[in-house]
Write a protein that binds this ligand. Structure first.
Ligand SMILES: O=C(O)CCC(=O)C(=O)O
Ligand SMILES: [Fe+2]
Length: 386
């Protein structure tokens, strides 16, 4: 079929409106990406900017309740205050040896009860879901999906993006098990529910530790308000004929409190070192979060950066594409409830002498976040006061 996807609306209709996604494009056997996918140079992922090493810190989260409590807290806090990213593994790590470079990424061996079998099942389920014919996935497109709890789509906000991302996704909001069984895609429900349930204790402990370390006490109801929204995405990045020109996900930070992310063995997740997001250029340094079998990636989101008055870093990150094979990732976004008020904790402001953010509801924050195309940490400007 001689479809000219560089003209008019045909590409947009095919990929976005009809729900064929990037997967549908790749199945047509394209040898070059259509212009709509070509990123401007400062958004492309340049290998020269990549540097990093993995510092192995072995911590058992159960030790939080034991004599090593302070040391465990220090490691979690250190990672959250510096890079805003770390990895957790549930077995003693003989992790990765990368030549020592000046930048350190902390890998914590935090015990969690998620089995390797479950992590493998999640990846398999994602491949199977996206491997289906477009019409099976298109029933979950925005506007036709049987429930607002489920959304299938491509790119981030394709209706306003000039350049599209090389990614399809399905997004599932958790309210309760009954809704999940009724509305989520049948083949994903059990495995995703299990993923949420087995990770929730770890998420709660990490968040309690991080909030407690700020000298802040929150009661159960405020904690629930700050962490009660759970959204799971399955991301699918088909192989791309021009990985140097495209991105899987553009530079962004996550909006919520804390993200737990399962990635497969392909690699390509990069985190920006340092906070100077305003000057994209060649001097930026990005660290790849290396795939580790059995590990989960943890990162801080904007809401926690705001609540901590900037102490914890919601790191800018992005995903490159590859021409080798499809990549999948499965993030759980743990976020505040829409009506939750998000502003720096009073105790922290009193200590810092200044509030770096104003108070907004999380609903206002997400509306502003979703109105913008992914462009680093610009979303945080909505709540910034200085
Ligand atoms: O695919 C990945 O590794 C990261 C995806 C991501 O950053 C996101 O979905 O917010
Ligand atoms: Fe992200």
């Amino acid at each position: 079929m001689a479809t000219n996807f560089n003209n008019g609306d045909s590409l947009f209709n095919f990929v976005v409106k009809d729900g064929n996604g990037v997967k549908g494009l790749v199945d047509l056997g394209l040898t070059e990406v259509p212009c709509r996918y070509i990123q401007p140079p400062h958004h492309r992922i340049n290998n020269q900017q990549v540097a990093g090493s993995l510092e192995n810190v072995t911590i058992d989260l159960s030790e939080l309740d034991g004599p090593n409590h302070d040391q465990v807290v220090r490691s979690i806090v250190h990672a959250s205050e510096t890079l805003g990213f770390f990895q957790v593994v549930n077995h003693a790590p003989s992790l990765i040896s990368i030549d020592p470079l000046p930048l350190k990424l902390v890998a914590l061996a935090i015990s969690f009860s998620i089995t390797l079998k479950l992590l493998d099942s999640l990846k398999l389920a994602a491949h199977e879901f996206f491997g289906q014919p477009a019409e099976k996935k298109a029933v979950y497109l925005n506007g036709v999906s049987p429930s607002p709890l489920v959304k299938y789509g491509t790119s981030f906000v394709p209706y306003i993006e000039k350049v599209l991302e090389w990614k399809d996704y399905i997004s599932m909001t958790y309210t309760n098990d009954a809704d999940a069984h009724e509305f989520w895609p049948n083949d994903l429900t059990e495995v995703v529910l299990e993923y949420i349930k087995t990770s929730s204790e770890m998420v709660q402990k990490l968040l309690q530790t991080l909030i407690g370390n700020l000298g802040v006490k929150v009661d159960d109801s405020r904690f629930h308000e700050l962490t009660g929204r759970t959204l799971v995405n399955m991301n699918f990045y088909p192989p791309c004929p021009n990985p140097d020109l495209t991105v899987g996900v553009g530079r962004h930070s996550d909006a919520g409190m804390l993200t737990v992310l399962l990635q497969d063995g392909i690699g390509g997740l990069y985190v920006k070192k340092g906070e100077c997001a305003d000057s994209p250029g060649d001097d930026e340094v990005w660290i790849e979060i290396p795939p580790v079998h059995g590990a989960l990636v943890i990162n801080i989101g904007d809401a926690l950066q705001i609540l901590s008055n900037g102490r914890y870093i919601s790191a800018e990150h992005r995903v490159r594409t590859t021409d080798i094979e499809s990549r999948v990732s499965v993030p759980i976004f743990n976020a505040p409830l829409p009506e939750a008020k998000i502003g720096p904790f009073a105790e922290v402001v009193a200590r810092d002498g200044v509030a770096r953010y104003k108070e907004v509801t999380f609903e206002e924050y997400t509306k502003s976040y979703l109105k913008k195309t992914l462009d680093g940490k610009k979303s945080l400007e909505f709540a910034s006061v200085i």
